[in-house]
Ligand binder design. Structure first.
Ligand code: KG4
Ligand code: ZN
Length: 332
């Protein structure tokens, strides 16, 4: 029997989960709302908050699962990518616990875990499949040939899709992270404004031009009418979301054509976006794809996905050791 405690602390969410024989039975996350006032995550503040949150979050995950720490068979933790000061809190905690309980330590790649979140619940994709991984720090199209064998086919050359949402929201005075708020407002509006479409080769992405295009558009409109944003917020949000989703789905179609793979999934924080979820299902119907979207609780940062990824390593006895150090720029 395997009972793994997984810990995630790569950015501004402190999370712990318990997985028993491949089934996630608890997944507890403390989100740090303190960053809202700064318009982005402040690394120093994030690591201090992780230190405060980590013991109560781990305790809640164990209590919810009705598991005592002496029953654990392994400790898993996010090694990277992420903010170094944040990662260190989770990694140090996991190392101490694995040492004191005398059980193996498993290190997990955060981006691989976002993809492997598809194996938390049915329906699960079979191999090979493609995954569009869209978060606050990454935008990648990944080909997955086995649970731990992945290849990046395309990536952003500047901003990530989540940043495109968050930075656009900041321009309009929305709180950080603006992605969920834009999603909510977009559902009440119409995509009537057009923004620049990036010209990027292959399966790569670019979002910095879009942000500039939105900034210039809003500046010009505000000159005419200082209330323009307030009066048209829903339509502006719908237009921004439409353009981001259009860019993402277009490249996904290209990737499916080039690889001949028709099992297509999305993962990462932005996969919680209702417009993207709808557009993927529609593209799936049009192109004969089987599409996979994780449940909401496995989209944004959470330790449940770390636990699912760790279970694959546990089965392979692919363990880490106490010399392991976090890596801010860990690659897939
Ligand atoms: O994966 P994640 O929780 O953290 C990172 O690893 O970055 O992703 C966070 C990102 C943020 O940029 C946030 O604005 C975006 O995901 N996000 C959304 C939605 N929910 C979260 N973006 C658009 N629509 C949403 N519903
Ligand atoms: Zn993430």
């Amino acid at each position: 029997m395997s009972i793994i405690l997984a810990i995630e602390s790569s950015c501004d969410d402190t999370s712990a989960a318990i997985i028993v024989d491949g089934t996630v039975i608890s997944n507890v996350t403390a989100t740090q709302t303190i960053h809202e006032q700064y318009g982005g995550v402040v690394p120093e503040v994030a690591s201090r908050k992780h230190q405060i949150n980590i013991i109560p979050v781990v305790k809640a995950a164990l209590d919810n699962a009705k598991i005592d720490k002496t029953e654990l068979t392994a400790i898993a933790v996010t090694k990277g990518p992420g903010l170094l000061g944040s990662l260190i809190v989770g990694v140090s905690f996991a190392k101490s616990l694995s040492l004191s309980l005398g059980i193996p330590l498993i290190d997990v790649n955060h981006m691989k875990a976002h993809i492997l979140a598809h194996f938390a619940e049915e329906p699960k994709p079979s191999f090979p499949f493609l995954c569009l991984t869209v978060s606050g720090g990454h935008t990648q199209i990944v080909k997955i040939t086995a649970p731990l064998e992945m290849e990046i086919l395309g990536t952003t050359i500047d901003d990530a899709a989540g940043e495109a949402f968050d930075k656009s929201g900041k321009i309009m005075g929305l709180k950080y992270p603006a992605g969920p708020e834009i999603d909510k407002l977009a559902q009440k509006g119409n995509a009537i404004y057009k923004f620049a479409e990036p010209k990027v080769d292959g399966l790569n992405f670019s979002f910095s031009g879009l942000k500039t295009s939105i900034l210039y558009f809003l500046k010009a409109q505000l000159k005419e009418d200082s209330q323009f944003i307030d009066k048209n917020l829903n339509d502006i949000c719908a237009s921004i979301q439409y353009q981001i989703v259009y860019i993402l789905i277009k490249k996904l179609k290209q990737a499916a054509l080039e690889t001949g793979i028709n099992q297509i999934s999305i993962a990462g924080g932005v996969s919680a976006n209702s417009g993207l979820r709808k557009a993927l299902i529609e593209a799936g119907k049009e192109n004969g794809w089987k599409t996979y979207i994780p449940a909401f609780q496995y989209c944004t940062d959470n330790a449940g996905m770390i636990a699912v990824a760790a279970e694959f390593s546990y089965k392979e006895k692919d363990f880490s050791n106490l010399n392991m150090v976090p890596e801010a720029r860990l690659k897939i």
